[in-house]
Design a protein around this ligand. Structure first.
Ligand code: GCO
Ligand code: MG
Length: 411
């Protein structure tokens, strides 16, 4: 810094839901007229808590700081709450962190991947997600993406864990085997789920052969021993990866799993704290790290995590569901472009409304993602249009998971 040092003038959160999914985007405004950055802070289930963390706590802490000092600002923000590494605070820090990288790119007149070392590939391969209420719907869903040039497809029957919806689209309630007076919940049957999912991949291989890579998300719904047995029964179909086979609390089982199957393991969307991933990487217990970049605090920690993974032969597969803003998606795709150990990118597509609110969304063509090429993250926000799609909190009923006997379990 000299006399012309650019500083943070204001930090605010923009809440918007252009596809009906509540998103939180942080805007960092600077002392330089017209120069600002955007970052993703989306924690869709608790977006108001994130907005408070940004505006009530990070804004007063960081106003006046030089925008160039991203690393120091990140360290300061993480330490400033003393209690750290939770999803609310990490998303808030990410909003600021990604916005500062966006600003740095704009100041350098370079796309972010260039600041990160430059492109390792010209397009970023992605996978799409298909769920079918039955086998035929799943096969048709896969066919649609294959016809669009997508070569990686994650597939399942029903919602996570095989949960079904009725004809009206409502989530299935207690099944006929539930005890009397069972509460509302999203009931699923682990044994049926395992059986039907094996049949699904058998069918998909028959239908599509070996040219398409298939993936599957268990969403941590099985007990550890069910999970090991399930992974073994899927071996003949050679999945690209099996995701969240175990919940983070049961990571210690991974070593036993590895002793029994070569199923490629992807894990991480629930991680908040480096303590949750370091041992899995150095112990070579996973093949793909799947953290949600905003959930760990943004681009600054993600690039370090990617380097740690590189040293241990682990590749990246950042979590990219539809509860991620196009700004957050772009941040992930810049990382994908710039790191040698990129594996695959999850991609949920953008609706027309999202593209209207967020000019410069990355584009998918023939199985690859391409960035807008503009400096920084390359995605903007039209605040007037964003205001046309207000967020509206409601319970995320699909998360209220129960086993057939009525026991509440993690979703
Ligand atoms: C995925 C995920 C998501 C999460 C969702 C939670 O792999 O895409 O598991 O679907 O469940 O992001 O809000
Ligand atoms: Mg998942």
């Amino acid at each position: 810094g000299g006399v012309n040092v650019v500083t943070i003038r204001n930090i605010k959160t923009i809440l918007t839901a252009p596809r009906g999914v509540d998103l939180a985007v942080v805007k960092v405004e600077t002392s330089e007229p017209g120069l600002y950055g955007l970052g993703c802070a989306t924690f869709t289930q608790r977006y108001r808590a994130v907005a408070s963390a940004v505006e009530d706590y990070l804004k007063p802490l960081l106003e006046g700081r030089c925008v160039e000092e991203i690393e120091d600002i990140w360290q300061t923000a993480m330490g400033s709450s003393y209690w750290r590494n939770g999803p609310v605070l990490n998303n808030a820090v990410s909003g600021v962190d990604e916005a500062l990288w966006d600003i740095k790119g704009k100041m350098a007149n370079m796309p972010l991947y260039n600041l990160l070392g430059g492109k390792c590939r010209t397009g970023v391969a992605y996978y799409r997600h298909v769920f079918g209420r039955d086998m035929e719907e799943a096969v048709e869903g896969v066919r649609r993406y294959v016809e669009q040039g997508c070569r990686y497809i994650r597939c399942q029957l029903g919602l996570y864990g095989g949960t079904l919806r009725d004809e009206t689209g409502r989530l299935a309630g207690p099944g006929k085997n539930a005890p009397e007076n069972s509460p509302f919940g999203v009931y699923y049957d682990p044994a049926r789920y395992c059986r039907e999912t094996v049949e699904l991949f058998q069918r998909l291989r028959q239908e599509f052969g070996w040219e398409v890579e298939f993936l599957h998300d268990v969403h941590e719904r099985l007990t550890p021993i069910e999970a090991i047995s399930f992974a073994k029964s899927l071996e003949p179909y050679r999945l690209f990866f099996l995701e969240d086979l175990l919940p983070p609390e049961q990571s210690a089982w991974l070593e036993r799993l590895r002793g029994q199957t070569a199923a490629p393991i992807a894990m991480g969307e629930l991680f908040n704290n480096p303590a949750e991933w370091t041992g899995l990487i150095t112990g070579r217990l996973i093949d793909y790290i799947r953290v949600h970049v905003s959930q760990i605090g943004g681009i600054t920690p993600a690039k370090k995590l990617a380097s740690l993974c590189e040293a241990f032969g682990v590749r990246t597969a950042w979590h990219g569901p539809n509860d991620l803003s196009p700004v957050g998606a772009a941040a992930q795709i810049h990382l994908d472009a710039a790191i040698p150990n990129f594996g695959i990118q999850e991609f949920a597509g953008f609706t027309e409304e999202e593209q209207e609110v967020f000019p410069g969304c990355p584009e998918a063509r023939n199985g690859y993602l391409y960035l807008s090429g503009r400096p920084g993250l390359g995605v903007d926000i039209d605040e007037e249009k964003a205001a046309k799609y207000p967020c509206s909190f409601r319970e995320h009923s699909w998360l209220l998971a129960r086993r057939p006997d009525g026991t509440a379990v993690r979703p």
